[in-house]
Ligand binder design. Sequence first.
Ligand code: 3PG
Length: 391
Amino acid sequence: IKKITDLKLKGKRVLIRADLNVPISDGKVTSDTRIRASIPTIRYALEQGAACVMVMSHLGRPKEGEYDPQYSLAPVAERMSELMGLPVRLVRDWIDGVQCQVPGELVLLENVRFLKGEKKNDPELGRKMAALCDVFVMDAFGTAHRAQASTHAVAQFAPEVCAGLLLAKELEALSKALENPDRPLLAIVGGSKVSTKLTVLETLAQKVDQLIVGGGIANTFIAAAGHPVGKSLYEEDLIPEAKRLMEQARARGAEIPIPVDVVVAKAFSEDAEAVTKPVEEVAEDEMILDIGPKTADLYADRIMQAGTIVWNGPVGVFEIEQFSHGTRCIAEAIAKSPAFSIAGGGDTLAAIERFGVADGISYMSTGGGAFLEFLEGKKLPAVEILEQRDC
Ligand code: 3PG
């Protein structure tokens, strides 16, 4: 696919689809990671002498077809302006035409999800968006798994289309990790439920050399290995699936290891007493809330030996101190490992931030759902349309 650096932008009206869907509380952006990640493309377009740079994004999931101040991009415009040291003009009614007031102005278009037809990928809405620009730049990796008017239909009709710097970087990092990885390839998939990550687990079980599972997902695998899990969160109906995945991995010389020790408690709370015990000894009234120190050491060894690491999801309840050690140990090992490492997903990035290991991670994805769909081996529709336009 074409990249923004392949096109001439001078004097052109450039429309950038970014993912500025960031957490906001009391009218202030509480994490600006996605705004920061979008800036290089915006700056590039301005520096290349675009006549007008328009940025569009969704924010949250408002009711379609009406303006709702709760979902306004106003706090995003403010933060973006601070970060860029430039004025950012927020335009509320833009779909029927936007005029840049000065050449090279930066304009933020109000939440695309206020427009009827956005979510159902209405071609008419896409056509109107396309009419605003000479070049459409898709840079919203975090929304690339959605076929919506601002990510898909617009790309069908815009005169020229390309990938922005962030989208290109994300695709490059993910392809490097999954398509031609330095081996051993090790994936860590944590989170509460096997059911929400079943396809990811299935795809990875066929690709990786080691698949470390954590959190509630690991509990289902622990049960599948025949150990008691007490009151732990797990999915009984998915035990056969977990068994099948373990066998499948084993058959191709790969492994889904089971923890040898775990941290348990009688309650899921900040003042619960944490006890470490062998995985075979979990009592009926206990729940598994983290991997134990022996397991963490074993996993850390494997992480140090890996060539490539893909990480999505914590291995324990890392928000509570006494259940955070497993995730901390994993995070620190990944940061220390010489492997190419890629991490994605809200919880995972929060853990990386909490343990202060960001510098040691080779690439942190801005995608949540999009990151998972890439790991599932799915084609991202917003990327697919760029590929189609290129032929
Ligand atoms: C995300 O935060 O995962 C993306 O911005 C997509 O948001 P959505 O799930 O509301 O489409």
